[in-house]
Design a protein around this ligand. Structure first.
Ligand code: ATP
Ligand code: MG
Length: 722
């Protein structure tokens, strides 16, 4: 009865309210984006506290990010009025795992001051283990094995449990042994890796039912957000903590959306949603169908797109937010990524002039290399921005390394640059050599590169180091001699190739290596915007100097993956081209499942928008100095004409974008030719709009042929030209 309902319940719709008030027994909220799942979880916690069903310390709540956990705590505070004391068990799976483990470390053979290793530590350790086994760590790279272990841990597998095939796949069948040796070594070091933060508690609970029972008594309520992205280990953990003996209510509430499952590549199991009803019998499944976040057009666009996936549970979504002033989702075309960034920048400035805060705008990219162009543009415009969920482009390891090479070529006295790359990639120039060199340089008051050139003529160094240093000096001399007369982008590429830096990442088998190579390509690509390497370095120095301040009003730039759960008034989605989005790698490695995960990612992207959603694709990406024409993403064809429209004014080239061919390839007078099948949106648009163009604003048969997506022929071109 509404009149007596506490404030925090009054705004909820009946289904939300049911999900909040059904506190006894298992509840699964399965609902689309923006339907208030997170809000339900938050309100549910407030309700539990307000009705004195539990103390804050008796509620276990898992979120996907630390940021989400912080926000949830804040909102609970608002709802119940005043600060919530504690909530010590509200956090990510990992942070809760650490807490459990610190309390009971001895039960898994650790002491409570154990260290948590980061990825670099892990790789170094594994390398030692591989070498200790007498194996060649070039043939069997530590990074690759670290990733295999991570995969096993995501599945909750101990060494004894990994599949035979997996064990055979690495180091001539030594996979299992190495994994066991690694675990033993961690124990000796009193350390654990990220996966252990989940697996150790699971082991501990299984081996010590009395301890588990203690937590069963403590945790009266268990809640999980973004449930669709839990992996097997997290699910095991959850089941252990939330299951109760028959007859005892299992007060667990999970909320999720199968259409937003985007971490399959990291071991997430969307099937956990289906298992829920089996593992928690009598579960109440609640569907929320009203979306509170987005306009009708945004919702209609996202819904139409995701309907192209086969593997779905299927949901309805509607909104009451129907306002004739709401615009459709707009698809824009740009000549290349520079024009794309410029046009997005203009759009943002225009919104800013209409008093829209920058905090309400986000650019969501598929791949992090795409950020560079936007960062550069925003620095030029003086627009504040922040990069969420990762370093800014120029702060990335591989970019800093590459820049150190360029700096040293341009400024031979740059000792910091020298020290950064003299042994990257590995050249056998160890700490002792560097220290010798340092002393030598300091004693003579000369830069280290100059000292290196001197010292190779002396016998201060061991022959091997001398030879390695000789090569370094010769390389830099050669590059310096090319500085004036070789086009600087060419030289940059040459430097990275000849130094072995590119090869270092090519030989790296880890998952992030390809991303780093993409970033390096993007770096080189971006250099042609400046006259020279020196001018380029200067501009980057300015970009690096741009402030990154949490309180300022700023546009957010992030990957689609890290945008999960968030919302913004205006969302920009650049780079909707075949090969980039859907990403070629997802297609190559995942096939149909990979494509569907990409489509879910597109759904996540669109549904972040509350009022305005702008999608972009470019016609050309420049890779290794070569123009590659691209094909618009197939997802664009899956957008409904009722809710999405093509921006007819975008992609005009006269004096706006750069055209490497020197003239417009798109002659307005030529008749529209449609030589390929145009399902869905594309055809609808074609009928509706100017018949001399296709939907992408291409105005000649020539253009259609070039960018056309159809049945004829394979999709040959990919953005990274692989
Ligand atoms: P996602 O799937 O993207 O994580 P979600 O289902 O978790 O979305 P929320 O973020 O909880 O959705 O809610 C989306 C927006 O709708 C938020 O701004 C929230 O405050 C608002 N909202 C949710 N329920 C209501 C309601 N009953 N009345 C008004 N606004 C609501
Ligand atoms: Mg949410």
């Amino acid at each position: 009865d509404q009149a007596r309902a506490p404030d925090y319940l009054s705004g909820l719709n009946p289904e939300q309210r049911e999900a909040v008030e059904t506190v006894d027994g298992p509840v699964l909220v399965l609902a689309g984006a923006g339907t208030g799942k997170t809000r339900v979880l938050t309100t549910r916690i407030a309700h539990i506290l307000a009705t004195s069903r539990a103390f804050p310390s008796q509620i276990l709540a898992a979120t996907f990010t630390n940021k989400a956990a912080r926000e949830m705590k804040e909102r609970i505070g608002h709802l119940v009025g005043g600060a919530v004391e504690g909530m010590p068990w509200l956090g990510t799976f990992h942070s809760i795992g650490v807490k459990l483990l610190r309390r009971h470390a001895e039960l898994v053979g650790l002491s409570s001051d154990f260290t948590i290793l980061d990825t670099d530590d892990v790789v170094r350790l594994i390398k030692q283990i591989i070498q200790a086994e007498g194996l060649d760590d070039k043939r069997w790279p530590a990074k690759q094995f670290a990733q295999m272990i991570d995969g096993w841990k995501n599945k909750g597998l101990d060494p004894a449990q990994i599949p035979e095939g997996d064990a055979r796949a690495f180091a001539n069948g030594k996979g299992r042994e190495l994994y066991a040796a690694y675990q033993a070594r961690l124990k000796t070091l009193n350390a654990c890796d990220f996966g252990d933060l989940l697996l150790h508690p699971i082991r501990m609970f299984k081996a010590n039912p009395d301890v588990l029972k203690e937590y069963h008594q403590r945790f009266k309520y268990v809640l999980v957000d973004e449930y669709q992205d839990t992996n097997t280990a997290q699910y095991m953990w959850l089941r252990l903590l939330a299951q109760r003996p028959p007859g005892v209510p299992q007060n667990v509430c999970c909320v999720g959306d199968d259409d937003q499952s985007i971490y399959g590549w990291r071991g997430a199991e969307v099937d956990n949603i289906l298992r829920f009803e089996k593992d928690f019998p009598g579960a109440k499944v609640i569907k929320l169908e009203r979306n509170y976040r987005s306009t009708e057009h945004i919702l209609g666009t996202a819904g139409h797109l995701i309907a192209h996936n086969e593997g779905r549970l299927g949901k309805t979504l509607f909104t009451d937010r129907v306002d004739p002033n709401d615009g459709k989702v707009v698809v824009h075309k740009a000549w290349d990524s520079e024009e794309e960034a410029r046009a997005v920048g203009e759009e943002i400035e225009q919104l800013q002039r209409q008093q829209h805060p920058l905090n309400n705008m986000a650019i969501l990219v598929r791949a992090s290399f795409q950020m560079r162009e936007f960062e550069d543009r925003f620095v030029t415009l003086g627009l504040n921005y922040r990069v969420i969920g990762g370093p800014r482009f120029y702060e990335r390891l591989e970019i800093r390394d590459a820049m150190a090479y360029f700096r040293l070529v341009c400024q031979p006295a740059d000792d910091l640059a020298f020290e950064r790359i003299v042994n990257t990639p590995k050249r056998g120039l160890g700490d002792t050599t560097i220290r010798n060199l340092h002393d030598y340089a300091r004693a003579r008051n000369i830069p280290m590169l100059a000292a290196a050139a001197d010292i190779i003529d002396t016998d201060e160094l061991k022959p091997k180091a001398r030879k390695a240093l000789f090569d370094v000096v010769a390389d830099f001399r050669r590059w310096q001699s090319l500085l004036e007369n070789t086009p600087h982008t060419e030289l940059a590429e040459q430097i990275l190739d000849e130094s072995g830096y590119t090869a270092m990442w090519q030989n790296d088998k880890s998952a992030e290596a390809q991303g780093r190579l993409d970033n390096l390509k993007e770096l080189i690509r971006s250099m042609d915007q400046e006259e020279s390497m020196r001018a380029y370095l200067e501009r980057v120095a300015l970009v690096m100097d741009a402030e990154q301040n949490a309180d300022m009003d700023a546009v957010s730039i992030m990957t689609l993956h890290s945008a999960k759960g968030l919302e913004f008034e205006t969302v920009f989605l650049p780079g909707w081209e075949e090969g980039l989005f859907p990403h070629q790698r997802a297609l190559d490695e995942g096939g149909r499942a990979g494509l569907e995960e990409e489509r879910r990612l597109a759904y996540v992207g669109i549904t972040r928008a509350k009022r305005r959603c702008h999608i972009w694709f470019v016609e050309n990406r420049r890779i290794h100095g070569l123009w590659q024409s691209t094909q618009p993403s197939r997802f664009l064809e899956e957008l409904p004409s009722a809710h999405a429209e093509y921006d007819e004014t975008s992609g005009s080239f006269g004096g706006y974008g750069r055209n490497p061919y020197g003239q417009s390839r798109f002659d307005k007078q030529e008749p529209f030719q449609n030589s390929y099948s145009t399902p869905g949106w594309k055809r609808a648009q074609a009928n509706k709009t100017d018949a001399t163009r296709d939907n992408w604003g291409n105005r000649s048969g020539h253009a259609v042929e070039r960018i056309g997506y159809g049945e004829s022929g394979p999709r040959a071109k990919t953005i990274d030209g692989e």
